[in-house]
Design a binder for this molecule. Structure first.
Ligand code: MN
Length: 263
């Protein structure tokens, strides 16, 4: 009983403070708490558990493997890492052992796959040092950073934002989250992608230009990281197109494979 009362008073104090301090401190979520309609939460199931991992933001690093960087027209030796985001409602979760139906998107004639390791933040922070960055990782999964390559390139050529090429419905394909306690951290290991059984991408995680720890350090200088943020850690070389009917299978050592059919 004592505990309950204490919590009640703490809550009241927080609400009073928010009233004085304005909306910013509450992330703009002032008001009665009632909403005119429901908006779906973005979560990914946690493997071997009835829990779901709540996704706050989806960050993606660009050009993080040397050979892919070159194939995209960059100099891998000089460029600092750069990041973009996908909306969390772009997530398409695919359970292991199933083949997800992935819709071919509108507006593109050159739809590309990118297989990637995805790291999930469990403890936030800003200006996180590389040496302790992996302590902030809650878990890992694998995913596809699906890309309207023709639109990405066209927008890049016009010095306009990539948004339409990267941040569209269903573009963030993900498997279930595995805790870092279960899998350990991913510093090396095979990463590959097949289309219709044929190997297209085939590399090792140790070929990343910026490690997961370095990505977290850099990203946390630009934005404070929070639990629920996930980071697509980049794709190896030999990205390429798929068409309707193609089946994509992706693999990272220590994680179950993920499969989608383009429909
Ligand atoms: Mn990517």
């Amino acid at each position: 009983m004592k505990m309950k009362r204490r919590r009640f008073f703490q809550g009241s104090a927080a609400m009073a403070a928010a009233g004085l301090g304005g909306c910013a401190a509450m992330g703009g979520a002032a008001g009665s708490g009632r909403t005119p309609f429901a908006v779906a939460d973005s979560t990914i199931p946690v493997a071997g558990s009835d829990m779901a991992f709540p996704v706050r933001r989806i960050y993606c690093i660009g050009r993080n493997y040397r050979a892919h960087s070159i194939e995209m027209g960059s100099d891998p030796n000089r460029e600092p890492p750069f990041f973009f985001q996908k909306p969390t409602d772009a997530i398409q979760f695919v359970a292991p052992g199933t083949v997800g139906a992935h819709p071919y998107p509108s507006l593109t004639k050159n739809y590309h796959y990118e297989v990637e390791l995805v790291a999930a933040i469990g403890r936030g922070g800003r200006n996180i040092p590389v040496a302790s960055a992996l302590d902030h990782v809650w878990g890992y999964t694998l995913g596809l950073d699906m890309t309207r390559r023709d639109l990405q390139r066209a927008m890049g050529d016009q010095k306009k934002p990539w948004e339409i090429g990267k941040s569209f419905d269903h573009s963030a394909v993900l498997g279930p989250m595995h805790t870092a306690a279960q899998t350990g951290h991913f510093r090396e290991g095979a990463i590959w992608l097949k289309v219709n059984g044929q190997v297209k991408q085939n590399a090792n995680l140790n070929q990343m230009i910026w490690s997961v720890a370095e990505q977290i350090a850099h990203l946390s200088e630009a934005n404070e990281l929070f639990p629920g943020d996930i980071i697509y850690s980049g794709t190896p070389e030999n990205v390429g197109p798929v068409v309707k009917g193609d089946v994509i299978e992706i693999h990272i050592d220590k994680l179950p494979n993920l499969q989608v059919r383009i429909v």
